[in-house]
Design a protein around this ligand. Structure first.
Ligand SMILES: Cc1ncc(COP(=O)(O)O)c(C=O)c1O
Length: 396
């Protein structure tokens, strides 16, 4: 397209065209944010070539954007997958990883120890489309084999699941999925690389809530899917029309998060281990749930497949609901919020928050005891974290 002399235009048009004509190409050390909806074509031929796929290029940010592409390429590189796609949230990653591969009448076999939002989407939303999810104890491999039928399309699990930090044997599950020819989807939100590489162990698709460790600072909601190029093309078509794509600004923040994630995870893992060891010897603590502890029921599988044991843990304070509330009301370094994977230590008391609508018996049945406290251990100095819990537990 030929350019006009801007001075011939009236002020309103002049400002709009001046911004459009600016070709800012500088040697930026940090990749810029392509905060744009559209990508412009030099002429009709270039537009035609890009639309027909003869030349590579961007068209519209819902279908692709250089900043989000940089982010997904980084995650694909990290997860050792062929391709990735960025989504507006972790839930958008999960739904878009599943939807292209199921039809009414199909079934999914899922771990029962999964994030409540995912469980809700499975039971209340997928069910409406006649897609049935069968929940199993993912650590019972025979139960998994029995639950898989001809109708099953997907085996779904998280690596480390709430509330008791059960650890799925991804290698064994990968073999089961492969021999039954089912798609194996793993939510790796709690244990991003280098802690866990699900694709190495037979996962077909890995999903993340980038809201957590990838972003790392509690300032973005986002998600990402990593898989083969072939599956990604299918997922990309679904995502483009369901529309839950990541914003370029969030992708830019997620890129920044990825640069320090390895370092942060080392500290998350070290701090969680130290805190678990401290709490397991505390007289007011009945039980500690952390896969790094030798007494944890799934320590062996965690030791074999994880590199570090992650930053998530839970413990049960003696004295039930009141004792749990006392700890919550007295911590001063830990923050009382529901999310996880951020640089600061986040504390949650399920019995008085997320699971308050259930009876104590119902909570007990899913492993949430009244004195249970969940910690997403941050990267602070460990002495301050131990000191904070020490003084809070002293008030019980
Ligand atoms: C394991 C896991 N997966 C997925 C999600 C959903 O992520 P988002 O909140 O980014 O949609 C969460 C949220 O807590 C989660 O814990």
């Amino acid at each position: 397209m030929s350019k006009l002399d801007l001075k011939t235009l009236r002020p309103g048009t002049r400002m709009i065209r001046a911004a459009a004509y600016t070709d800012i190409v500088v040697q930026s050390h940090i990749p810029p944010i392509y905060q744009t909806v559209n990508f412009e074509y030099a002429d009709a031929e270039q537009g035609l070539d890009i639309f027909q796929g003869k030349k590579s290029g961007y068209i519209y940010t819902r279908d692709g954007n250089p900043t989000t592409d940089l982010f997904v390429n980084m995650v694909a590189l990290l997860e050792e997958g062929e391709a990735g796609i960025a989504t507006a949230s972790g839930m958008a990653a999960i739904s878009n990883a599943i939807l292209p591969f199921v039809n009414p009448g199909d079934e999914i076999v899922s771990s029962s120890a999964i994030y409540g939002g995912t469980r809700n989407w499975f039971t209340e939303h997928l069910q409406r489309f006649n897609i049935t999810v069968r929940f199993v104890d993912i650590t019972d491999l025979d139960a998994v084999r029995v639950a898989i039928t001809d109708k099953t399309k997907i085996l779904y699990t998280e690596v480390v699941g709430n509330p008791n930090l059960v650890v799925a044997d991804i290698a064994a599950l990968g073999k089961i999925a492969r021999s039954a020819q089912k798609l194996f989807i793993v939510d790796n939100t709690f244990t991003p690389p280098p802690v866990m590489y699900p694709l190495r162990y037979g996962a077909d698709i890995v999903v993340h809530s980038a809201t957590k460790y990838i972003g790392g600072h509690g300032d973005i909601i986002g998600g990402v899917i990593v898989t083969s190029l072939e599956k990604m093309q299918l997922i990309g078509k679904t995502l483009s029309k369901f529309g839950g794509v990541m914003s370029p600004f969030n992708a830019w923040l997620a890129i920044r998060g990825l640069k320090t994630m390895n370092l942060r995870l080392e500290r998350h893992c070290d701090n969680a281990m130290r805190l678990a060891e401290y709490l397991s010897k505390h007289p007011k603590v009945a039980q500690v749930f952390y896969p790094g502890l030798p007494q944890h029921p799934f320590h062996k599988v965690a030791a074999a497949q994880l590199h570090g044991y992650g930053g998530m843990m839970a413990f049960e304070v003696k004295g039930g609901l009141d004792a749990g509330k006392t700890v919550m009301n007295n911590v001063r370094v830990c923050s009382f919020v529901v999310s996880l994977g951020e640089i600061d230590t986040l504390i949650m008391h399920p019995a008085s928050t997320s699971h308050v609508s259930l009876t104590p018996q119902e909570r007990e049945a899913i492993g949430v005891t009244d004195g249970m406290i969940r910690l997403s251990v941050g990267i602070e100095n460990i002495e301050d974290l131990i000191g904070d819990l020490e003084q809070a537990l002293a008030k019980v």
